[in-house]
Write a protein that binds this ligand. Structure first.
Ligand SMILES: [Mg+2]
Length: 369
């Protein structure tokens, strides 16, 4: 089988809850700069990244694919995806200008499309190609808990997710200007959802170390499952210090670009819940490597879903280190088989591939420049 053509696209899809904010970011749309890869076997692969729908930035990703990565993979056998990933990440002109960042997001889109082809060629969903068994994965809902919502809205929405929609886990954003506001919001949500529901918090890297340490007792009092991205993304020493002085587990990884970054956090014992994202880490190939690293240390993998779950549902089912997966419904209308939750559990996808096949109208509905 040979790759015969590569096309790029950019989707901007409205988020479902209007304008939303965490401690550092505000969003109205989710971006998916991506790639369609065609083969001489008639199999088409789809892969994409996840962004804040900022068109100039998204164009940098698709330009990287169009102008550099496409020439590397054209004419090659897409089933050699692991070898191609190593060639892409070591391609001298690209690694010189971007070992991480835009280049890694572009490589991730291509790698996912190649895995999509490999799984379709095998006639299997990716989770099965990975050697997994058809097991349900528990969902926790992240499309609530936004930091720009007043306390009453936050509490009512978390209660609705649990009582009306059947979720057994929710995550809320923290990192307010005043720590007392975070403590108040956390306590109110825990009281509303009761003691049996999994509750996580996410500071998106905004806190400093003293503030994060001061938050520790409230996290413990409210039985928080994990404290996500408490400090700036690359601060290994700070996260190590925090992990040693609070009792709540630390989660991070959605902003790490390379398996070596995860290795450094793991070696430092600075993370407990490991959160690789195929969209930022450079695809499924390095994701498996990171999940294996975590499994080797008895640490759970709970992926960040910059791809809006489509590929991560497969990797979660396919890798035994995965215990839960977050649910965000923003891109449901883009895919032929959107990731779906029933009674708090993800349905097992059945279509061959990596879950990334776009509906025929996705690009006409959501495509931009
Ligand atoms: Mg997060």
């Amino acid at each position: 089988m040979k790759i015969t053509a590569i096309h790029t696209f950019i989707l901007h899809v409205p988020v479902t809850r209007g304008s939303i904010s965490d401690s550092l970011h505000s969003l109205t749309h989710w971006g998916a700069p991506g790639v369609v890869i065609e083969t001489d076997a008639g199999i088409t692969g789809y892969g994409y990244s996840g962004t804040h729908a900022h068109l100039p930035s998204d164009r940098l990703i698709t330009q990287c694919i169009d102008d550099s990565l496409a020439a590397l993979v054209l004419g090659r056998d897409p089933r050699e995806v692991t070898a191609l990933w190593h060639e892409m990440t070591r391609f001298p002109p690209l690694q010189w200008v971007g070992r991480g960042g835009i280049v890694q997001l572009a490589i991730g889109a291509v790698d996912v499309a190649l895995w999509d082809i490999k799984a379709k060629a095998a006639g299997q969903p990716l989770w099965q190609l990975m050697g997994g068994t058809a097991r349900p994965i528990r969902a926790y809902n992240t499309d609530g808990g936004w930091l720009n919502w007043p306390l009453e809205t936050l509490v009512a929405d978390c209660r609705r997710l649990v009582e009306d929609e059947g979720y057994s886990g929710v995550k809320i954003k923290v990192g307010s200007d005043l720590l007392t506001d975070d403590i108040r919001r956390l306590g109110a949500v825990r009281r509303a959802i009761g003691p049996d529901v999994t509750l996580a918090v996410d500071a998106n890297g905004r806190m400093d170390l003293p503030q994060a340490i001061r938050f520790g007792p409230a996290l413990a009092d409210n039985d928080v499952m994990w404290f996500e991205e408490p400090l700036w993304y690359d601060d290994i020493a700070g996260h190590r210090r925090l992990a040693r002085v609070i009792s709540t587990p630390v989660a991070l990884g959605e902003q790490l670009y390379l398996p070596e970054n995860f290795q450094a956090f793991l070696d430092a014992e600075a993370v407990h819940f490991v959160q690789p994202d195929v969209a930022r880490l450079g695809g499924v190939t390095p994701w498996i490597r990171v999940a294996d690293m975590a499994a080797g240390r008895a640490l759970p993998v709970v992926s960040h879903v910059g791809d809006m779950m489509q590929t991560h549902l497969h990797t979660a089912i396919g890798h035994p280190a995965c215990t839960m997966l977050e649910y965000i419904p923003w891109m449901r209308e883009c895919f032929t088989e959107p990731a779906t939750v029933r009674d708090g559990w993800f349905l097992v996808p059945e279509e061959p591939g990596a879950g990334t096949t776009l509906r025929p109208d996705a690009i006409t509905r959501f495509g931009v420049g």
